[in-house]
Design a protein around this ligand. Structure first.
Ligand code: AMP
Ligand code: GLY
Length: 418
């Protein structure tokens, strides 16, 4: 997001909370944690920010946007009440039920007895989820009732997800291709939608442990204008209207994680989750598609006049490959020098930093997911070739990445749970 904002002719100066070696080249990094709401509000006031753009969900769920509005600073990102759409899965499911938005059948329970009564009626495979924010970890796919009660115990008794698991959601198990759909919103109006797929598993062919994301591509083949229209009408607008009717209009970027049930000739998209932000690593392949001025657009969302701003997406394809530290998502070491970042790759390639920081001699690794190497093109294949060709020059000790991101085998179903 910082990379795209940095291209705006309207930008005078950018500050980034936390930040990494990548943002250090574009902005002034400062060291305030994303959970320190008081600290962030004071910093924004001190630098007289014209706009605050919030990336992650946690500060939104803690009310950062509300606090910034109180001191008169426009903010791109939803209020605490609207961020419930991500922060509580039960909230999102209830809202969808009320608004008639297609989603899995579900129950929200707080004890084993509640879980048992749902399992009786729904003996098949189920998905057990911690209701609250669990950093992408609180989802357990269960084959039978025994696994379901184990998973419920893990949340309620073992408290594996802390307070996030005090309420547990049991959900009908769905299958099909997954797609992340994004739209900007000012509370009433929506931008045109854009779609991307992410890869969650560590290994080629979607095997191995779940991760924060090993890669992504934008413009999946199945994302036709008809499907976009269907998702806009049956999912995005009804949710926006329901939020406005509750007195908690949704401003910011609305991310719907969908599973396409049905068949390619008659997709029936259902919502697996909403997020109150851009996804990672989808952002890295979605921001290069944004043809409009990012600051105009984000300010219009904050100020409620998105209908006066044209949001345009270009129709190229982007593929992003994530390079992670050896051992991730388990234990890993950091502090390794990253080489090859200055080597030019083919045209339309970019390197986005995640877990990096500036060492004495240049960028070093500082996290599990280190970099995303992105290539663009007129087709996914061209984008994929460019991304991997740029990646060839980049290295750090123990680097791991998938070789099959954006390859034709997955274009229909990169993140499919099957
Ligand atoms: P979530 O955090 O809700 O997106 O869930 C993470 C992943 O779990 C999704 O990307 C899916 O692969 C899988 N998942 C979540 N809910 C379901 C469901 N109801 N049926 C099948 N798979 C699911
Ligand atoms: N790519 C999934 C997420 O950001 O939640």
């Amino acid at each position: 997001m910082g990379w795209r904002i940095n291209q705006s002719p309207n930008l005078t100066k950018m500050w980034v909370a936390g930040g990494n070696a990548g943002t250090a080249a574009l902005a002034e990094n400062f060291n305030i944690r994303s959970s320190d709401i008081d600290g962030l509000v004071s910093k924004a006031s001190e630098v007289k920010a014209d706009l605050v753009v919030v990336g992650p969900e946690a500060p939104l769920a803690l009310g950062l946007a509300d606090r910034l509005y109180e001191v008169g600073i426009p903010v791109f990102g939803p209020s605490r009440a609207a961020a419930q759409i991500e922060a509580s899965k039960g909230f999102a499911l209830t809202l969808m039920k009320e608004a008639g938005v297609p989603c899995p059948d579900f129950a929200s329970v707080r004890d084993q007895a509640g879980a048992r009564s749902y399992i009786k009626k729904h003996p098949g495979p189920l998905v057990v989820k911690a209701d609250g924010l669990a950093a992408g970890k609180g989802v357990l796919l269960c084959e039978d009732s025994e696994q379901v009660s184990e998973a419920v115990k893990l949340c309620l008794t073992d408290r594996a997800f802390g307070d996030a698991g005090e309420t547990v959601i049991l959900e009908e198990y769905l299958s099909g291709p997954e797609v992340s759909v994004f739209a900007f919103s000012d509370g009433q109006n929506l931008s045109p939608l854009v779609a991307a797929c992410d890869y969650k598993r560590l290994g080629d062919g979607n095997i191995g442990p779940n991760t924060g994301g090993m890669g992504s591509f934008s413009g999946p083949e199945f994302w036709t204008p008809e499907l976009a229209d269907q998702v806009e009408k049956s999912i995005m607008y009804p949710v926006l209207q329901a939020m406005a009717q509750r007195g908690t209009p949704y401003k910011g970027v609305l991310y719907a994680g969908l599973m396409l049930t049905g068949t390619p000739s008659d997709w029936k998209p259902k919502v697996l989750e909403f997020n109150c932000r851009l996804g990672d690593p989808e952002t890295q392949v979605v921001m290069p598609l944004l043809a409009s001025d990012p600051l105009d657009l984000m300010l219009a969302c904050a100020e409620g006049n998105l209908n006066e701003t044209q949001v345009r997406w270009n129709n190229k394809n982007y593929v992003g490959v994530v390079m992670v530290s050896g051992g991730y998502p388990e234990d890993y070491q950091t502090g390794f020098e990253i080489s090859g970042l200055d080597c030019d790759g083919p045209e339309d390639t970019m390197v986005f930093h995640s877990g990096t920081q500036l060492g004495d001699g240049g960028p070093i690794t500082a996290g599990g997911r280190v970099l995303t190497v992105v290539g663009g093109g007129d087709t996914t294949e061209q984008a994929r070739i460019r991304a991997y060709s740029r990646l060839e020059n980049i290295n750090f000790e123990g680097a791991v990445w998938r070789r099959d991101i954006g390859s034709s085998a997955h274009l229909g179903a990169a993140g499919s749970s099957k």
